[in-house]
Each structure stands twice: as C-alpha cells, then as structure tokens.
Design a protein around this ligand. Structure first.
Ligand code: THU
Length: 160
C-alpha cells in the first residue's frame, strides 16, 4: 500500500474589492444574473457569469422545476449556453454567487459536484484552465486556478 495525498491550492480574497477589475465586473454580471434565478422551491438564487476568450460574457442562473431533478444549476445553465452560442471559444473565467431568500449567505458557495463534472468537461475540451471564483451574498471570494483544483481524480474522456 502506498498512500496518495491530493492537494489543491485555492486563493481566498477577503472581499470583492480585492479582486482584479475584470473579475469584479464579472461578479457584477453574476449578481445581476442571480436575480433571474427561478428558485420558488429552494428560495436559493445562484448567478454565474463566464468570461470567454473572445471577451463575451455569458450568464446563467438556477432554473428549478416542480419535478425537482429537472431543474438546473446556474453554472451548468451558463456553461451550456456558452457551449451552444460559442462552441469553439474557450471559457477563461467563471464567477458564481448565491443568495438565499431565507438567510444571509456569508460563506462562499462552491459549485456542486455535478457542476464540477460538467465544467471540467469543457476545461478538458478547451485544453486551457478555467479559473473559478465563488462567493456568497457578502464576504470572502475563493478562487481556484482550474476546475481540477475543485475536482481532483477527474473522470474525463481519458478514462474511457
Ligand atoms: N445550485 C446552483 O445553482 N449551483 C450550485 O452549485 C449549487 C446549487 C442551485 C440548485 C437549486 O436550484 C438551488 O441552488 C438549491 O440547491
């Protein structure tokens, strides 16, 4: 037996003001996108904004359904919209923000496991890292340089 240690390096920004200007603008787009969330069941609104290599910004928000599993997270709504509109343009950055109608979200909200899997598919496809920033309604912002930092031991096409 040989132990395998997995490490990920993340960066923590104390507040959005510490972020580079382009990421602050992307966060603003994600905050606006959050308002378009359709979240009558969870009351938890998530906004996502992607910056593409062609400088376009593509947004997404969570879209829920009375048949719960038919709903979709903000990150996947965004990355699938980008894939549909700009199929060959790499996604450089993703910013995610969340707000609850029930309490203040003061801790950073990371993409769920299913979204990490969906995001890494595009990172592998574009062969360029996608930076991921996530935050709550207020407070710290966490940055990963690559989706793989959020999803070690990735399952991708090389496994097939
Ligand atoms: N949600 C997202 O949009 N992104 C995530 O990464 C976590 C969860 C949504 C799904 C659902 O509409 C609500 O948040 C509560 O789980």
């Amino acid at each position: 037996m040989k132990p395998l240690t997995i490490t990920s390096r993340l960066e923590v920004y104390e507040s959005p003001e510490e972020l580079p200007q382009d990421v602050q603008e992307l966060l603003q787009a994600a905050i606006e996108a959050r308002e378009s969330a359709y979240a009558p069941y969870s009351s938890f609104k998530v906004g996502a904004a992607l910056l593409l290599e062609n400088n376009e910004v593509v947004i997404g928000s969570n879209q829920e359904n009375a048949s719960y599993p038919s709903g979709l997270c903000a990150e996947r709504t965004a990355v699938y919209a980008a894939g549909a509109k700009y199929p060959d343009v790499p996604v450089l950055k993703l910013v995610v923000t969340a707000k609850s109608m029930r309490h203040q979200v003061v801790s950073p909200v990371p993409p769920c496991g299913a979204c990490r899997q969906a995001l890494v598919e595009y990172e592998v496809k574009q062969d360029e890292p996608m930076e991921v920033y996530f935050t709550g309604e207020t407070g710290k912002v966490v940055k990963a340089d690559s989706v793989k930092d959020l999803l070690p031991l990735v399952f991708d096409n090389s496994c097939l």
